[in-house]
Design a protein around this ligand. Structure first.
Ligand code: KIV
Ligand code: NA
Length: 277
């Protein structure tokens, strides 16, 4: 199957065919996600919380993102891989932002970058697009701004805030983003934004009318994820499977039931007799 492109994604929107996106942070998760048929993989800075154990996404660095993006792109041959620009890597000069975005493609081999924010990003988005770097926007709940937002809360609940989201979405599309993540906004607002934009709108906690959905891998499969927001659906409980498997191993080791005969190598008999004298 040919690798998925930004034009394939746009065609899916116009054909009314929903796009499935999921995060991945390493080789095995990316391989499974691709085999499962997701069109898009996000190397999210949620990495900081679900893989690295931080309380927020703020401590994640460019080095962290590059390290994990490289692992994901070694596995993903068909899915379109987007990598998050981490906190403060795109808030200085436009040049610095373009350089960091470019590293995620040049070194990480991602196909696109994602950045959180509204109209203030327009100059940076334009310069990235001019440089050939596809950019995905991310508005609504933007976790890198958690301290400013005062927590992980639904955004765009009043008329003024909803209109501001609409304006941001249109300004970003105008600047050249190829797709937009809408996080934690009322379904009615997300539906209107999805209908107004020409580019695919991928929702998380944004209802069923978006052009696609994205979830965090660890939340979806139940792999030791801490948060359980309303918008997450847990499709499996692999954490319990892993804990049970490791618990069985531990008790078999303690009872000398592992390794069993089929796991053991043997030396030739004449060698053994000489060895034991
Ligand atoms: O980092 C992440 O996982 C994300 C998604 C929740 C959209 O940005
Ligand atoms: Na993110």
């Amino acid at each position: 199957l040919a690798p998925i492109t930004t034009s394939d994604l746009r065609a899916k929107k116009h054909a009314g065919e929903p796009i499935a996106m999921i995060t991945a942070y390493d080789f095995p998760s990316a391989k499974l996600v691709e085999e499962a048929g997701a069109e898009m993989i996000l190397v999210g800075d949620s990495l900081g919380m679900v893989v690295l154990g931080y309380d927020s996404t703020l401590p994640v660095t460019m080095d962290d993102m590059l390290h994990h993006t490289k692992a994901v792109t070694r596995a993903a041959k068909r899915a379109f891989v987007v990598a998050d620009l981490p906190f403060l890597s795109y808030h200085g000069t436009v040049e610095e932002g373009v350089k960091n975005a470019g590293r995620l493609l040049q070194e990480g081999l991602a196909k696109a970058v994602k950045m959180e924010g509204g109209t203030e990003l327009v100059p940076l988005v334009k310069r990235c697009v001019q440089a050939g770097i596809p950019v995905m926007g991310h508005i609504g709940l933007t976790p890198q701004a958690v301290h400013q937002l005062g927590g992980y809360k639904v955004q765009g609940r009043d008329l003024e805030a909803a209109r501001r989201l609409m304006d941001e979405a249109e300004a970003l599309q105008e600047a050249g983003i190829f797709s937009l993540v809408l996080e934690c906004v009322p379904e009615e607002v997300a539906a209107l934004i999805s209908a107004k934009l020409d580019i695919p709108v991928i929702g998380i906690g944004a209802g069923s009318s978006c052009d696609g959905q994205v979830l965090v891998f660890h939340d979806l499969v139940g792999y030791a994820s801490q948060l359980q927001p309303k918008f997450v659906k847990r499709y499996a409980d692999v954490g319990t499977s892993i804990r049970d498997a490791v618990r069985d191993y531990v008790s078999e080791v303690k009872e000398r039931r592992f390794p069993a005969p089929e796991h053991v190598f043997h030396a030739k008999e004449e060698m053994v007799s000489k060895l034991y004298g």
